[in-house]
Structure formats: structure tokens, C-alpha cells
Design a protein around this ligand. Structure first.
Ligand code: G4P
Length: 543
């Protein structure tokens, strides 16, 4: 595919750190479950030649092996709950060298809070859509989160090898339901189910794909002129050319500024399982996706990418596999260079933090990470002091904005199933809370033996129960509560609210005072009768 590097216009002076930052592409693939995220991840890595044959990273049919199936529950359900960071070097056909950081996100909507945390650490998102299903609920939600965070989105219509929807109809759906104009870079030749290749809209030429057995190796592709394509593909080609003319008439042409402003989304068509269209996606990532840029700190200042080292923790996770029963904090580098062993400052406490055990995490494989640059993700081992949202820095102090907790909608009281294990129970709940698996609310009334767990999705309870029993040796019993809504309130209103029917006031560990309500009608009635009460909505998944 023809590619004019959008990055070549960057500043003329280049420091070594800036040069490293410019060749980083840090992104996440997000989709509704089953759209093909694992398959595409595998195909991307295959194309980058990290592995010789697709299947070595993950994927289903017993091929799943390394990336995100650290928990039995994930295997049993075939979904990914946790996420890791893949890093690989990639040299594009024009000789551009890149370092790709691909952050994996949990597949299930119940873990959208975790997906959101991962999205705070990326510069761009690849939104994967199943050609037959179009926009699904989770796709819509994630699109909104990306727009809210101003994360540019590359859209990939996948499974074009299977019968599916009409391509123009899919473009209309994206524009109408999301309000982002799709600007296809390639256009499919052959309807969904008869995928011949793609028309490269920049050159008007044809990229023809050839199937390989099982799609396990890189599919050969040929670049053919429009005349040759017309001879070979006949009506399929004519249709593609006509449809592209309609797109151009509609102004649906790629534009860098509107892409970066999230007003448009470049679109590609793929069959991840056959490895079709994957090299085009890599090309777009290399030449069109943004490189890391200056992050804005809590005070609203920009920390230059080549300033002193800074990073923020976007997830904390323990028990990633049986061989490493430890706790990892994943930090995204925002500025400067990182060298393992550096002593950095933990902004939350002002204390020094040694980075002797820095690793990169590639599925269950971990390797020591000696250096890192903006855009990279460092896995800090046994970093018990670190919490989600914490900033680390060298020299000039900086603090990045905290990562908000989502508004919980499910609540349950947790108790130790074995009364003799109260210590393990407390430790376990605290650990899972610090990892962001669950929010924990307490009140004097309920006591410390019976905290209320609060979740965005009910599967978070399953994960909590599972991990408390299997990993933290403190099985729990859950008593589900009838509340469905939480509002932040203030101490002055707590007593009044607590006295209301179907309302309970609890304190979250971060200090927020939350009033829980059974339903919206009850909340509306209380608000109507007491307009002076402070009842502030919490961050919703799509805010
Ligand atoms: P996810 O991570 O988004 O949940 O999706 P995943 O990659 O696991 O893919 C979901 C299913 O869709 C898998 O089938 C996978 O093979 C299939 N798939 C992914 N990309 C394509 C594609 O481009 N074309 C077609 N036809 N299928 C695709 P499965 O039946 O669940 O597993 P398997 O037995 O095929 O491995």
C-alpha cells in the first residue's frame, strides 16, 4: 500500500530520546468479544516475524498458550479477563523501523473498567468489527470511551472471508451511530465471503491476497495495476471502483488532522484468520498512527517527551501465572528514558523506588527490561507500594491525573467462608482492591468483617471469589445487595441519607463517601424532595 509517512514533518531537532519515542507505536486492539482480537494480535505478531507460525501467542482451538490465559476461569470461558503488553520490533517494507507496543484488553464488558485503564496508556486504538455483526454493544461503548479520551481510532472490518454485511452499509452504520466519519484506506474487492483482495485507495491499484493452508503463515500478496485487476476480477473490481467513487464523492477520504482529532477513522478490511490485510494494518500503524506525545499532568502542564523520566501505573496485577506468584505493576513511560536499576520517585509518597526488577511481559514469558522509552510499558515486579494511577518520575517532579474508578452498579457483601481465616480474607480483599479487580466499601454498621464489594459488571465478583479461594487461600461467601446506583455525597448529608428507606451510605477506600440506591426512581424521589443534598454522579463507563 502506498504510504506517505505522516511523521516526517516532525520537529527538526532530534534528541536520542525523541528519536526512540518517534518510532514507538503504542496501541490497543478493542472489540466486542469474538470479533477476532486474539486472532488479529497473533497475525500482527506473525507479520512482524516475531513468531514463525500463528498460534504461538494465543488463539483458540487448543492453540491458546501464552498471552492472557493465566487463569483457569479464562480458559473455561474462552474469554480474556486480564491483559498484558506485547512489544515487538517491526521493519516496514520501506525500511522504517518501529517498536510496536500492543496492549491487550479484557474481552468482556464486565471488565470495562480495566479496558479503560489500558486505554489511558495508549496513543491509538484499533477497533475491530465483525463484518457480519457490525457495531455491537461493546464496540459502541469502547468507541465512546476512545472519543472521550481523544484516542484516535483505526477501524478494521474483520472476517471479510465470511458472508457478512455490505461494505457501504457498514460505513453508514459507523457514521450514523457513532458520529465519526469512516475514511477507508482500502476497499474490499469481492463481497463478504468472496474476499479477493483490496483496492488501495491512495494509488487505485489492487492488492491481491492468496490463501495459505489454515492461514498459519503470511498470506502472499501481489500488487496489480487497475487494468490487470479489471481483467482478473471483472465485476468484483468494477464494483469496488464504483463504490470508491461514491466514497470520494462523499468526502470519505483519509485526512490526518481529523483522524487525530477523532472526527474521522481510517478503515481497513481484513480476514485475520487468513492473514489478509494484516500488513496493511501494520503499514497504517507505522505511517499514520501517532507516536507518543507530551502528556498533560495534574496541573495542566505538558511534560515534554524528551524531558526527565516519568511514567504512570495503569494496572496492577498479581498471580499472572503459577510460576510467578508475584505482583506486577504495569507502568507506561511518558517521558525520558528508563534504565533498569534507576532509583525513581514515587509521586504519591515522595519515597524513592528502586527499579531493579523491571520486566517486559510477553504473555507468560517475562524478560528483563533494561531500557525503555516513551510509549513502552514496564512491568515492575513486587511493587507493593504502587497503585493504579500512581506516577513515577526522576528529577523534575510530576504527577499525572488519577485514573477514575467507574460507577459501580452491582454490590455484594463479602464474608470469609472460614471464620478462622479472617487475616487472609482482609489481606486478599485489599490486594484485589489495589489491583482494581473490585472496589471495596465499608461502614461502621457493617464492620470490617463484612465489606461491601462494588463492581461495574457481575463477573468481577466471580473473579474475586475465584482468586480469593484459589490464590489467596481465603474462600468467601457473597450476599448480593439490591442496590444498583451509587452517588458521591458529603459527610454533612450522610446521616440524613442513611435514614432513608432503600439507601445506604458507605466509604470507599479512596475516601469517597458513596450513597447507594436501589433504583433510579428512589434516587429521583429523594433528590426531588431534598434539592440541597449533594448527590454527584460518578464516572460512567462512557463518560
Ligand atoms: P476475540 O479475541 O475477539 O474474542 O476473538 P478470537 O480471535 O478468539 O476469534 C473468535 C472466533 O472468530 C474464532 O473462531 C476465530 O477463529 C474466528 N475468526 C477470527 N478472525 C476471523 C476471520 O477473519 N475470519 C473468520 N472466518 N473467522 C475469524 P472460533 O470458532 O471461536 O475458534 P477457532 O476454532 O476457529 O479457533
Amino acid at each position: 500500500m502506498a504510504s506517505t509517512a505522516d511523521h516526517e514533518t516532525a520537529e527538526s531537532t532530534t534528541t536520542p530520546i525523541l528519536a526512540e519515542a518517534r518510532r514507538r507505536r503504542t496501541f490497543a486492539v478493542i472489540s466486542h468479544p469474538d470479533a477476532g482480537k486474539s486472532t488479529l494480535t497473533e497475525a500482527l505478531v506473525l507479520h512482524a516475524k516475531v513468531i514463525a507460525e500463528a498460534g504461538a501467542i494465543h488463539g483458540k482451538s487448543g492453540r491458546r498458550s501464552t498471552v492472557s490465559d493465566w487463569m483457569e476461569m479464562e480458559k473455561a470461558r474462552g474469554i480474556s479477563i486480564t491483559s498484558t503488553a506485547l512489544q515487538f520490533a517491526y521493519r516496514s517494507p520501506d525500511g522504517t523501523d518501529c517498536v510496536i507496543n500492543l496492549l491487550d484488553t479484557p474481552g468482556h464488558a464486565d471488565f470495562s473498567e480495566d479496558t479503560y485503564r489500558v486505554l489511558t496508556a495508549v496513543d491509538c486504538a484499533v477497533m475491530l468489527i465483525d463484518a457480519a455483526k457490525g457495531l455491537e454493544p461493546q464496540t459502541l461503548k469502547l468507541f465512546q470511551v476512545c472519543r472521550h479520551r481523544r484516542i484516535p481510532i483505526i477501524t478494521v472490518i474483520n472476517k471479510w472471508d465470511r458472508p457478512g454485511r455490505d461494505a457501504l452499509e457498514l460505513m453508514d452504520e459507523i457514521e450514523l451511530r457513532i458520529g465519526v466519519q469512516p475514511t477507508p484506506l482500502t476497499w474490499p474487492v469481492g463481497y463478504a465471503g468472496a474476499f479477493k483482495g483490496v483496492l488501495d485507495r491512495a494509488t487505485g491499484g489492487f492488492i491481491r491476497f492468496t490463501r495459505t493452508a489454515g492461514g498459519a503463515t503470511i498470506a502472499p500478496e501481489e500488487y496489480l495495476s487497475a487494468d490487470r485487476a479489471s481483467l482478473l476480477e471483472g465485476d468484483h473490481w468494477t464494483t469496488a471502483v464504483e463504490e470508491c467513487a461514491l466514497l470520494s464523492a462523499d468526502g470519505a477520504d483519509y485526512d490526518r488532522d481529523s483522524f487525530l482529532a477523532c472526527a474521522t477513522t481510517p478503515v481497513l478490511f481484513t480476514s485475520a484468520v487468513l492473514n489478509f490485510g494484516v500488513s496493511q494494518l501494520l503499514d497504517v500503524l507505522v505511517h499514520r498512527a501517532p507516536a507518543p506525545s507530551a502528556q498533560i499532568d495534574l496541573a495542566g502542564n505538558r511534560r515534554p517527551v524528551d524531558g526527565p523520566f516519568s511514567a504512570f501505573v495503569f494496572r496492577v496485577q498479581a498471580g499472572m501465572d503459577a510460576a510467578h506468584r508475584d505482583r506486577l505493576a504495569f507502568a507506561r513511560v511518558c517521558s525520558g528514558s528508563f534504565h533498569r536499576g534507576d532509583v525513581v520517585t514515587h509521586a504519591a509518597t515522595g519515597k524513592p523506588f528502586t527499579t531493579k526488577y523491571a520486566q517486559s511481559v510477553f504473555g507468560q514469558q517475562r524478560t528483563t527490561m533494561d531500557t525503555a522509552y516513551p510509549g513502552d510499558v514496564i512491568g515492575l515486579v513486587n511493587a507493593t507500594a504502587l497503585r493504579v494511577g500512581d506516577t513515577l518520575y526522576c528529577e523534575e517532579p510530576v504527577q499525572y491525573p488519577p485514573i477514575p474508578n467507574f460507577a459501580p452498579e452491582h454490590f455484594a457483601v463479602a464474608r470469609a467462608a472460614d471464620a478462622g481465616k479472617h487475616k487472609q480474607f482482609r489481606r486478599g480483599i485489599t490486594q484485589l482492591e489495589q489491583e482494581g479487580v473490585i472496589q471495596v466499601l465499608r461502614s461502621d454498621l457493617r464492620g470490617d468483617q463484612a465489606p461491601v464489594l462494588a463492581a461495574v459488571g457481575p463477573m468481577q465478583f466471580e473473579v474475586t471469589s475465584h482468586r480469593m479461594a484459589a490464590e489467596l487461600h481465603a474462600p468467601i461467601e457473597l450476599e448480593h445487595l439490591k442496590y444498583t446506583l451509587a452517588r458521591r455525597t458529603r459527610p454533612a448529608d450522610a446521616e440524613f441519607l442513611q435514614a432513608q428507606r432503600s439507601v445506604e451510605v458507605l466509604t470507599r477506600t479512596d475516601g469517597a463517601l458513596l450513597a447507594l440506591f436501589t433504583d433510579k426512581w428512589r434516587l429521583d424521589a429523594i433528590e426531588r424532595d431534598n434539592p440541597n443534598l449533594h448527590l454527584e454522579p460518578l464516572v460512567a463507563a462512557t463518560e
